[in-house]
Design a protein around this ligand. Structure first.
Ligand code: NAI
Length: 336
């Protein structure tokens, strides 16, 4: 049994080590939206977040007041449209779900005209006020908005490829859930590497690399791949004009942010798919790609190649690359 003073020493050590590893201010840009609100709530529940900075051109102070009453330790502040710079002061991680979502019949690329400038302007502010922050891009089309963020930061002379991420986690979450349903397995135990990009045919699930997925063949396989690639359309259709995935996306966004924070705080072996500046297909002019990425204290630690592919997966990848290339070039051209 520990003496009272020994107990105090232990608890002081804990308090010290947890506060030392938990000085993490996270900003959500677009916090008033369908994704932004539940994402802010989920981040409020994450003990690794010590301060939450919520910004939107509409409604962020209200969301912040609401979320701030949740009984966890973190501070929450809301910032109105004219206080973007204040919202970004001292932030370590910036999550961006700002921009318009799809309506039925739209592709993610149809959002380009509206969202490209929103993302460029937000990235430019991050580059100016918090140049060392990690930027997590949710706004669509991710295949183009991530190159837009990178090119904007590059122009400002502050781009670090280790710190810019496209959030493709929802594709991974859907893949786990759908494979779990077919294989009668707990989705939490099903890890599917989803590579490529984040839109229809650029989403390439590698089921052959998943124990619960590799036995799935024929029509069931084809339907499963289609559902993973176009799962977002199911939600857009069911919402019937009221937007796209928000709750599952908030979950996915919080999951990816949590993984990054664990890695930034020293946890080893945090490896997840994410869309980053990548050497894997750069020789084909495709310099952003999602594959399994090991995260570390500085962000991207190691980019894994896609590994061994089945013949079907090779076909999916062959269909992904030219489309992805177009999307990336469109993003770059916008900033140039
Ligand atoms: P929403 O319309 O409900 O919310 C967007 C929010 O962004 C609004 O509150 C709006 O006021 C705000 N906003 C607009 N311009 C802004 C600016 N310049 N600065 C700050 N905030 C600004 O849309 P929702 O459903 O939250 O979707 C947001 C984005 O996320 C869309 O582009 C959507 O396509 C994308 N998305 C991405 C997914 C992914 O897997 N990466 C999945 C689902 C959606």
């Amino acid at each position: 049994m520990l003496s009272r003073s020994a107990l105090r020493a232990v608890s002081n050590t804990r308090a010290f080590s947890s506060s030392a590893s938990r000085q993490t201010k996270v900003a959500v840009l677009g916090a008033g939206g369908g994704i932004g609100q539940p994402l802010s709530l989920l981040l409020k529940l994450n003990p690794q977040v010590t301060s939450l900075s919520l910004y939107d051109i509409r409604g962020a102070p209200g969301v912040a007041a609401d979320v701030s009453h949740v009984d966890t330790n973190s501070e929450v502040h809301g910032y109105p449209a004219d206080q973007l710079d204040q919202a970004l002061e001292g932030v370590k991680v910036v999550v961006i779900p700002a921009g318009v979502p799809r309506k039925p019949g739209m592709t993610r690329d149809d959002l380009f005209n509206t969202n490209a400038s929103i993302v460029r302007d937000l990235a430019s502010a991050v580059g100016r006020v918090a140049p060392d922050a990690h930027i997590l891009v949710i706004s669509n089309p991710v295949n183009s908005t991530v190159p837009i963020v990178a090119a904007t930061l590059e122009k400002a002379g502050v781009f670090d490829p280790k710190r810019v991420f496209g959030v493709t986690t929802l594709d991974v979450v859907r893949a786990s859930r759908f494979v779990g349903g077919i294989a009668e397995a707990d989705p939490a135990e099903v890890a599917v590497p989803v590579v490529g990009g984040h839109s229809g045919p650029t989403i390439v699930p590698l089921l052959s690399q998943t124990p619960q997925g590799k036995g799935i063949t024929g029509e069931v396989y084809d339907k499963l791949v289609h559902r993973i690639q176009f799962g977002g359309d199911e939600v857009v259709k069911a919402k019937d004009g009221a937007g796209s995935a928000t709750l599952s996306m908030a979950y996915a966004g919080a999951k990816f942010t949590g993984a990054l924070l664990r890695a930034l705080n020293g946890e080893k072996g945090v490896t997840v798919p994410t869309f980053v500046k990548s050497p894997l297909y750069a020789d084909q002019g495709i310099d952003f790609f999602s594959s399994l990425v090991e995260l570390g204290p500085n962000g991207v630690e190691k980019i894994h190649p896609v590994g061994e592919l089945s013949a079907e997966e090779q076909k999916l990848l062959d269909a992904c690359l030219p489309e992805l290339k177009k999307n990336i070039e469109k993003g770059k051209a916008f900033v140039a």
